[in-house]
Design a protein around this ligand. Structure first.
Ligand SMILES: [Zn+2]
Length: 342
């Protein structure tokens, strides 16, 4: 990645879904699409995600997680043995975390054919010349999303089994040529309310993975709603034991609260700073973004700062998200010019 500019721009993972993508999902759920129909539609969706990011000028792109269904990890449960679906807890009213279908672990989990992320990466790699980032939910996210019925003594045993399966996928990704891999986890769970435990779980997940590694810690983004207490402070400094080259954190939707943590605890590692609020319909101007970058530079060395949205763009309408991405790139260019680095 030696060709990257100063203040590289990137995404957290998911891209805005075109309107027809939702129609395709609905028809697929009703059983109205054959496997070829679905594959063609999802390939096209990834092509669009790649083009959108390239045209916006994003330096490191993803495949937009376009193959992952409406809820970013549900597709993976479908690829795992030992997991079955259950109806949502709530069906009436505004959609939220409790209106998703839920998942139950009914036996030992296994992924005999992998989790499918290697195939996603291979398609991405074959269709862009830009540097890429590949993302995968971490074991805390997976365990948080299921109810344990059978197969394990307790959630903790299940958590480490998820870590084992994800680790195999990440090693396969690195072997397939992925050079930048990001693990996504929610900010607080009952297994790791403290940073040290959080780091232990993460380190088990990435053990032996030969790639640049990022850890995205998230407050939740489903339907644009958070699910965790929006503070990172209790995780520091313990979480710095995570073997991550880069931390990818949310700041824009909290008016840059806690970005000073990087001065207080920063140990020379990179920060992927969320400086674009993908939850808001307010479209930040390039100058808004430039202003946030200038603030971030008070706390983060310029060669350690990456610019990204707070989280994935899957809840953001495409017409909003596209303009936001363009403006984020333009904001980074403004600051690069000021630094004499454009
Ligand atoms: Zn996130």
């Amino acid at each position: 990645m030696s060709t990257l500019p100063l203040l590289p721009t990137t995404v957290v993972g998911s891209h805005c879904k075109p309107g027809w993508w939702h129609l395709v999902q609905e028809e697929a759920c009703k059983g109205n699409l054959g496997p070829t129909d679905l594959q063609e539609a999802l390939d096209t969706a990834v092509d669009i995600a790649i083009l959108d990011q390239e045209r916006a000028g994003i330096d490191i792109i993803s495949d937009g997680e376009m193959r992952r269904g409406l809820h970013f990890y549900r597709t993976y449960y479908a690829r795992l043995q030992g997991v079955q679906t259950a109806p949502p807890q709530r069906r009436l009213g505004e959609p939220g975390y409790d209106t998703r279908e839920s998942y139950e672990v009914v036996g030992r989990i296994a992924a005999p054919e992998g989790m499918g992320i290697v195939r996603e990466f291979e398609y991405l790699k074959a269709h862009t010349r830009r540097p890429t980032k590949v993302t995968c939910a971490g074991p805390q996210t997976f365990t948080w999303g299921v109810t344990l019925r059978d197969g394990y003594r307790d959630d903790r045993e299940l958590l480490y089994d998820f870590a084992r399966i994800i680790n195999a996928e990440l090693r396969a990704l690195a072997a397939a040529g992925a050079t930048f891999i990001q693990v996504d986890e929610p900010a607080f769970t009952r297994w790791a309310a403290d940073g040290k435990t959080f780091a232990e779980i993460y380190n088990a997940t990435v053990e032996g993975v030969q790639a640049k590694l990022a850890l995205h810690i998230c407050f939740g983004n489903h339907h644009g709603r958070p699910t965790a207490k929006r503070t990172y402070r209790p995780l520091f400094p313990g979480v710095l034991a995570a073997r991550a080259d880069q931390f990818v954190l949310e700041f824009a939707n909290r008016e840059l609260a806690e970005i000073a943590l990087w001065k207080e605890f920063g140990d020379g590692r990179e920060l992927g700073a969320g400086l674009l609020d993908q939850k808001s319909y307010y479209i930040e101007t390039p100058e808004d973004i430039a202003e946030r970058i200038r603030v971030a530079l008070w706390y983060v060395p310029r060669d350690k700062l990456y610019i990204n949205p707070d989280c994935g763009l899957h809840p953001t309408p495409r017409w909003v998200g596209l303009q936001k991405l363009r403006n984020m790139v333009e904001g980074a260019r403004i600051v690069r010019r000021e630094l004499g680095a454009e």
